[in-house]
Design a binder for this molecule. Structure first.
Ligand code: IMP
Ligand code: MG
Length: 338
């Protein structure tokens, strides 16, 4: 009976997919809403099976959960239809009639723009140009697309009704706070506001309906594309530490840096976070791999978590210790939050 917003705390790729999937199973969510677009890659791993998603909500893992694409989202119908097939979610996934459409021309405008491709280093998925057209009010919307007809509904209305009826709803943000068009490292940002407020706005859920804002931090910072990254490591050093990641959507190497406490603190402020989810703890403390109990963590790992809590003044409630959904420490019961 809770409405959760899950938001990235850094530059995306914090592991939101895993956290949302865990929450969907753990809370047996009635509904999950995906905002944003197909530039975001969310990975869900269960029993060594990895599913990479660009638009279907990560909560698909719970067969009971109704899945929604928000009015403020932008979708590419072919990517959407392929993923519905991959996740076998036909019949329990819907798109808002106002969701806007990315077409081939948007992808070309993204990929052939020297500025977007070279300087900003976009994912080339056409999202920025599609949003440009939406702002110009010439973009197509989902209700105009024949192939999307079986999926169209008033998502905003349905989700608000579920919240009002006391359902558990998860709103899945994409990318991270510092890729926000307004609060990020402009112009090295994505084309929308990625913060909790922006997420609610895209989903059509007013701020007073949100119970918990969970900001997700990875135990180190990564970013892909251009833009500043404080204390950035060389590729060699990143490799040595086991931090060299490959981007889900573009296959590019991610840049990396140690956990940034100042960015974390500011992110908690901007998102009015009530909880922190910390992922990949095992990437900086290998001895924590696969642990599921807070008490079993090493002293150093606990110290790191306490430092985050002391800096951010918000509890670290969910901790990822490996890629699987259940490689997770959940402190919410112990902290009397559920
Ligand atoms: P765009 O969103 O494709 O226009 O790309 C703008 C910037 O946001 C580039 O630096 C991308 O690498 C970055 N970006 C977009 N989506 C993601 C994501 O899901 N994870 C990480 N970075 C992203
Ligand atoms: Mg990603």
């Amino acid at each position: 009976m809770t409405c959760y917003v899950v938001v990235g705390g850094f530059f995306g790729d914090e592991g939101k997919g895993k956290i949302v999937a865990y929450l969907a199973l753990n809370s047996n969510a009635n509904a999950a809403v995906r905002v944003g677009s197909i530039n975001a890659g969310h990975t869900v791993t269960i029993s060594n099976k990895e599913v990479k998603l660009r638009i279907v909500p990560s909560a698909f893992i719970n067969n009971y959960t109704k899945l929604y694409i928000a009015a403020g989202a932008n979708i590419n119908p072919s990517v959407f239809l392929k993923e519905v097939e991959l996740t076998n979610t036909y019949g329990r996934i819907w798109i808002d009639y106002n969701t806007s459409i990315i077409d081939e021309e948007h992808i070309e405008r993204d990929r052939f723009s020297q500025y977007l491709k070279e300087k900003i280093g976009t994912t080339g998925s056409g999202v920025g140009p599609a949003i440009e057209d939406r702002v110009k009010r010439i973009a197509k919307t989902a209700k105009e697309m024949d192939e999307l007809r079986p999926f169209i509904t008033d998502v905003t209305q349905e989700v608000n009704m579920m919240i009002d009826d006391g359902g558990t709803v998860i709103v899945e943000g994409t990318q991270g706070t510092y890729l926000s068009l307004y609060h990020g490292t402009y112009p090295y940002v994505t084309s929308r506001d990625t913060t909790a407020s922006g997420i609610c706005s895209e989903a059509g859920i007013g701020p007073k309906k949100i119970d918990e804002v969970i900001v997700v931090f990875k135990s180190f910072v990564t970013r892909v594309g251009g833009g500043p990254l404080e204390d950035e490591l060389s590729e060699e050093e990143a490799m040595k530490r086991g931090w060299l990641e490959i981007a889900t959507v573009t296959g590019r190497k991610r840049r990396s840096a140690p956990f940034n406490f100042n960015l974390a603190k500011r992110s908690v402020m901007i998102n009015s976070a009530t909880q922190i989810a910390l992922t990949k703890l095992d990437s900086i403390f290998p001895e924590t791999r696969g642990l599921r109990l807070y008490d079993d963590l090493s002293l150093n790992a606990k110290k790191f978590i306490e430092e985050i809590e002391n800096t951010c003044k918000v509890p670290v409630t969910i901790i990822g210790t490996g890629p699987d959904i259940y490689d997770t420490i959940d402190r919410r019961k112990e902290l009397k939050l559920i």
